[in-house]
Design a protein around this ligand. Sequence first.
Ligand code: ARG
Length: 477
Amino acid sequence: MDSAAGSSGRLWGGRFATDPARAMEDLSRSIEVDFRLAPYDIAQTCAHVRALQRAGVLTDHDAGLLLSTLADLATEIASGSLQPDARDEDIHTAIERQLLERLGELGGRVRAGRSRNDQVATDFRMYLRDQARLLVVLICGLQRALLEQANRHVDLSAPGFTHLQHAQPVSLGHELAKHVHALARDVDRLRDWDDRVAQSPLGAGALAGTSLGLDSSVVAQELGFEGVVPNSIDAVSDRDWAAEFCFCAAMIGIHLSRLGEEIVLWTSTEFGWASLDDAWATGSSIMPQKKNPDVAELARGKSGRLIGNLTGLLAVLKGLPFAYNRDLQEDKPPVFDSVDQLVLILPALSGLIRTLEFHPETVSAGAAHGHALATDIAEWLVRQGVPFRLAHEAAGTCVRVAEQNSCQLWELTDADFSAIHPALTPQVREVLSVTGSMAARDGVSGTAPAAVRRQLTALQTVISNDEAWGARPLVTF
Ligand code: ARG
């Protein structure tokens, strides 16, 4: 009896009497999106063929033919000679059609013991684990660029801000290194995520497992996983790991947006702290004099998109019944987009940072302005035994008097000081210098150049370790 499946290449059809409607197929198709999973689908199909062979479902001869054909497919896809074809619903359909066309009915034996439900979850996990490694390498590149600049400017004082108002003088190296620390946590998050996602869904089948006696632990190991997802229903139905990856990406985006904002500010005419290299700046179509920080602005802007990808995916997952539902096909576009955007932004920001030219005089000119040494007066008084509440009050009065006299704190007279507080002897002047103020803050996380040098050295080790993690391939196929 005829069915609608025929030679269409569809993976289903036996129970249907008519062909699917065109608009239904258009809606259903995801091959353009998931074609990037092809190398992973082929790798897991090879592992699955070997499992079928071990279980006696495939003969050694048939398994050998399938494996060499799959290797050909991998080569053709890598070279670009095999492209997505709109006749295929998705990547899994595409690979099976290729096997059928090249090997006849033997190609149809591979599907035994496996469903697209466990297949797609496995491909997606493998792909993301590779992308996490790529992102880590790219983040390390940006960290190295920041660290180079930080090392160059450890001794350069800059005004540190709170509320975007001058607060206390800090080392410019310290300012730059704060971004390296934030990015190191992002890397740590991805590595931690990787531990959780390193379980293979294969063997779950559609939702209930397989009766063919396939050793899913061996398959998992061959694909670089640490083990098998212990519950087959959970294996095919959750995407918490994809959402968590999206969060990691969004957090990276947010960190890059804050770095971008700082670049925009620092390269503005009003700040004048740094100039962009020509190769990393853009011009204006109407104003010939313009040199714009578009790279930094795009880094800032794209973080909105990365947050959107996370919230979009969470909305797809909310309230879904178990186990697999086709809604889950909508899991890939946002995650792929987050990867793609970061792969664009990170190298561009690294180039911009590496070539940024700081103007030391402008940076340090404002370090002591805004009475940024007032806290040093208060802390000096504390060291003389004055309670901080009163010391704060006295230092505040120093600021008020300096403002009334239109002078800087260090220009107050001995008489001004002793009138404000009897403990304010002329010796207070020893802390009223930017270099003295910075050097005194020599705690573990402080801005003293000596402390900053120790912090930068520790970062080198973290980055080298992360780079090695990112460079180690999961599986080679
Ligand atoms: N393209 C599908 C996806 O991305 C593959 C799984 C299809 N499974 C199914 N039962 N229709 O989720």
